[in-house]
Design a protein around this ligand. Structure first.
Ligand SMILES: [Fe+2]
Length: 351
């Protein structure tokens, strides 16, 4: 899986300029390890067995690549299934057997499609038992009712991973139930990031800081105001920046988009990666686009995933994609379409 000269010419002809020199990427280290990131697998065009609203053939193809590349673990950023139900989650979970057999751990988050009702909390926990933060298991969850194993952090080697569930978790007597906000999680996020148990940390959620298509975001369902709850947004951006979190990685938009985003008050900045689509469902960018976001690289209408390669000095992230498929099994030729990364010592980006 190397980028050939032909691939490179194609990438550059599409305006996809790789920001990294090959020099950094040629260096390998004995301490090198990898993890994978899989975006939304919800797939609405086949809700019946065997699919149950999840993109089985695409999951298989991506899992094969995760095994081939010997990742230690895979994180999914939500929207595992089209419509939450016990059978849908069981179907998605069963598709992980190949990676589990290869010793690869799987860490999911819920998305909006995974949380159509409060039943989804128990259904999700049943299909994905022993997640971090649950009793007797690794990791940590906020001390908030029902948040265990839904919002959680864990460490692996020199990395720390924080996954935020912003969908209803608690039956408070209202029709939809209560979701915890980023503000509810902020003190726990600070406590996790301030621990000296990691060399780098990445924060994941399903919804975006700013979406290209979706205008609801991780802070609010208000599609008319992407700057809502400005204090919560400012605190979140500052917390991550002060704790040297460079990347916020999310889904929801079914496209690949890497950008730099400033907090509403302009005092902090994060790099956001909307990590693609693992279903043949795609959205297109729709205005408005806020001035506090600067696009770096965007790719539409292809199926993709990410693999991060880490050693004691740096992390590098690679985005792979292929033309759309999914209705029948396929063995796609994955192409490298984006590369990014940084050195831990000085946060200097790799180039
Ligand atoms: Fe989705």
């Amino acid at each position: 899986m190397q980028t050939t000269r032909r691939d490179f010419l194609r990438l550059t002809s599409l305006g996809l300029i790789l920001p990294l020199s090959s020099q950094v990427y040629c260096s390998e280290s004995k301490n090198e390890w990898k993890f994978g990131i899989i975006p939304d697998t919800q797939w609405g065009t086949n809700m019946k067995a065997p699919f149950h609203g999840t993109a089985l053939h695409i999951i298989d193809a991506i899992n094969s690549e995760m095994i081939r590349q010997k990742v230690d673990l895979v994180i999914q950023v939500g929207d595992l299934v089209e419509h939450s139900s016990a059978i849908a989650f069981e179907t998605r979970a069963a598709r992980n057997q190949s990676i589990l057999d290869a010793g690869i751990k799987y860490y999911p988050l819920r998305g909006n499609h995974d949380s159509f009702d409060l039943e989804s909390v128990a259904q999700f926990k049943a299909a994905f038992p022993n997640l971090p933060g649950t009793k007797g298991n690794e990791g940590n969850s906020p001390k908030l009712r029902n948040a265990d194993g839904m919002t959680y952090s864990f460490t692996h080697k020199n990395g720390k991973f924080i996954l935020l569930d912003t969908f209803p978790l608690v039956n408070d007597g209202t029709k939809n139930g209560k979701a915890y906000s980023i503000g509810n999680y902020q003190s726990w996020i600070n406590s996790q990031l301030s621990k000296s148990d990691h060399q780098f940390s990445i924060v994941f959620a399903h919804k975006d800081l700013l979406g290209q298509n979706h205008k609801d975001n991780v802070f609010s369902d208000d599609e008319k105001n992407q700057n809502s709850h400005p204090e919560i947004q400012n605190n979140f951006f500052s917390s991550l920046q002060e704790n040297n979190v460079k990347y916020f990685i999310c889904g929801h938009d079914h496209m690949y988009h890497r950008s730099r985003i400033k907090s509403p008050n302009g005092k902090a900045e994060l790099e956001q990666i909307i990590c693609g689509s693992a279903a043949h469902k795609f959205y297109l960018p729709q205005p408005p686009f806020l001035e506090r976001e600067t696009s770096i690289l965007k790719e539409l209408n292809r199926i993709g995933f990410m693999i991060a390669s880490v050693n004691n000095e740096r992390i590098k992230l690679t985005y792979y994609s292929a033309p759309s498929f999914g209705k029948i099994p396929a063995s796609p030729k994955w192409e490298i379409r984006d590369l990014c990364g940084y050195k831990f010592q000085n946060m200097q980006i790799l180039q």
